[in-house]
Design a protein around this ligand. Structure first.
Ligand SMILES: N[C@@H](CCC(=O)N[C@@H](CS)C(=O)NCC(=O)O)C(=O)O
Length: 279
């Protein structure tokens, strides 16, 4: 067996399961979570990928977003990968919350020593999808969403793989990592100082270069301190989409911050949006 069941918890008639497995891509053991709706007992169901933000594991979304009730009703599975490789001890890997463990940024690192493990893009777009499709009753239809660093991850995965996902959405995504402190730190560490190479991992740049047939749905809290600090730059995403003729629904949400209280407030809208496209 290439996956080991760690826990199974019944929720809204379906099952939240956590598994451990060996990742060849990341060169370490990894844990992921999957919520299987009641419909998965009888037929194959579509899958929504959820990519979490800085400091998260597979657990934050499943415990805090309150997504299971609607996922059960809509008959969609949700898979949550971890946010970085685990179990290694590279120099400085655990020193800060925004680089290294818990902060893989969903890129394929090219700089040593990070390139030995930090290949989260290949992990979430290839290795883990192949694994979950082998083990669970999934019908091959996929959508993707995420929060903050994971919102950036969801957007780049969709933009780099036209035709792969039925829909994409994000909560408070890091839209222009080449131009914000979080992104500059992560990209120089994982990818090196050549800023041209960063463009392949930056939503705004990908949209400018390649456009997108897929429309984007983004929610952003106006009271999000990371928004006001210039880490998220939704206005840059809006400008890039306008330039490239890409359809973007950017919903600025007055009073909401960056937390899972914000995500829980709008997750049903996103689940319904994805379910419609996953039909
Ligand atoms: N400095 C903060 C920043 C991290 C943060 O806000 N992370 C967001 C994603 S960027 C998150 O989802 N945190 C976990 C949670 O709220 O459960 C911390 O270390 O907690």
């Amino acid at each position: 067996m290439d996956i080991e069941l760690l826990s199974a918890t019944k929720s809204f008639g379906g099952w939240l399961k956590r598994y451990k497995h060996r990742s060849r891509v990341l060169n370490c053991d990894m844990i992921f979570a999957i919520y299987l709706p009641p419909a998965a007992e009888e037929k194959k169901v579509p899958l929504l990928w959820w990519l979490s933000g800085l400091t998260c594991t597979d657990e934050n979304f499943m415990q805090k977003a309150g997504a299971q009730r609607m996922a059960a009703e809509l008959g969609i599975a949700i898979a949550c990968p971890d946010t970085s490789p685990r179990g290694s001890d590279l120099p400085g890997e655990h020193d800060s919350y925004d680089f290294g463990s818990g902060a893989g940024f969903y890129v394929n690192a090219t700089r040593s020593p990070w390139s030995q493990h930090y290949r989260m893009y290949d992990y979430v777009t290839n290795e883990l999808p192949a694994l979950v499709n082998r083990h669970f009753p999934l019908n091959g239809r996929e959508s993707i969403s995420g929060h903050s660093m994971g919102g950036h991850g969801a957007l780049i995965c969709a933009l780099k793989n036209p035709g792969r996902y039925r829909s994409v959405s994000a909560f408070a995504p890091i839209t222009h990592p080449s131009q914000c402190p979080w992104g500059e730190k992560a990209f120089s560490g994982y990818l090196g100082e050549d800023r041209e190479a960063w463009k392949a991992w930056d939503s705004c740049e990908l949209i400018r270069q390649h456009g997108s047939e897929l429309p984007l749905l983004v929610d952003q809290g106006e009271a999000d301190n990371f928004y006001t600090d210039g880490q998220l730059l939704p206005e840059d995403l809006q400008a890039a989409c306008q330039e490239a003729g890409v359809k973007l629904e950017l919903r600025m949400q007055p009073g909401y911050d960056h937390s899972y209280f914000f995500i829980a407030s709008f997750i049903d809208d996103h689940l319904k949006y994805h379910a419609e496209k996953l039909k």
